[in-house]
Design a protein around this ligand. Sequence first.
Ligand SMILES: [Zn+2]
Length: 436
Amino acid sequence: MITHAMLLLALVTPGAPGDRLGDAVTVDHVFGHLKALQAIADAHGGNRAAGLPGYDASAAYVASKLRDAGYTVELQPFAFDFYRELAPALVRGSHAYKDARTMHFSGSGDVTARPQRAGLGCTASDFTGFVPGRIALADRGTCTFEEKAKAATAAGAKALVVIDPKETFDGSAGHPQHLPVVAVGPDTGEELGGLRRLRVMTRTESEQRITHNVIAQTPGEGRVFMVGSHLDSRQEGPGINDNGSGSAAVLEVALRTARLHPRRPVRFAWWGGEELGLLGSQHYVASLTPAERKQIRFYVNLDMIASPNYKFQIYDGDNSDGLGGGPFPKGSAGVERTLQRYFVGHGLPYAGKAFDGRSDYGPFIAAGIPAGGLSTGAEQLKTEDEAETFGGVAGEPLDGCYHQACDSLGNVDRKALEVNSAALANFVSHYAWPKS
Ligand SMILES: [Zn+2]
């Protein structure tokens, strides 16, 4: 017996590979990768940050899935400045001073010595008469903390205390230092110079480490286009929306694309060290020869695609929304239009997002490579208008767990994840299986 449903099925032509990609990429599979990334964070101290085992395990997970799907995987190494504080600073004279803070990139150490003032601590002349082995006290200002740390090291100081007479503050010594560098505010600064003995203790890890980008490409003729996302989290948390979400969608699309044998080559990338300043994508773009750069048609970036209070955003590649940023390499407008097609076709709202280079497409557009991408938002508050358009809560951040420990599986909006994963599959189909 021929049913109505069977007749209808017979009328549907078998899907082209490009259409099949959209069907194959399901939110359940994408969510499965997120669960795996959460489990990796849980097993490695709660984060997946560059230079720590949670990142390396994330990269190994992505690489092994890719290999299973037939890819040859490149793990592109690069060095970066790693830093983390293991315990709060201790500065103790007659008592422990409460306003002491470890400076970023401070060395680790426990020093007890006589403190000695060194003015601003910027130059060798500030350290004239400084007795090596003592703790240098320098006033905040005039030069960078890094310059103060270098001058103090050169003068033989065993630790450096930078004093601000007005406020408690945080600072960065620029790059990994060997000596402890701490900041103190007005409560402490006054007393220190008169002390005969001072103890300064910091517990940090401050050194160069190696991390990796994960890169894989399908076979195929002609120029390549790239799809990427950063795989690292902050040290504060597991980074499941930021950016497990983008990484999981790119991974699932990559796995399915390989099985459908695209006509045009697609290169997928998972960047390391984004949270430390786009380090992985910067390294990658800088490592390309001019000829290799020309071979890249464009780059599409996914960063945070499942924000709990989401709005669908597509990077404004031609400044048509007047949001600023740039540069706007020619071709970025086309990427934007193609990404928009999925939303238009499904009656979904979307907004432009400033092309400000605040994620891994930044180094690409800086090198003249067209780019675009998707993001559902970070710490920005949702406006009344946006709540009307996208739903969600006005006056609340788009992602209230941005860069925090609570950016876990529970911080993921499944609908946003589904829509953006499908939009990416649709986009890849369009270019990997061109109609003409
Ligand atoms: Zn991010």
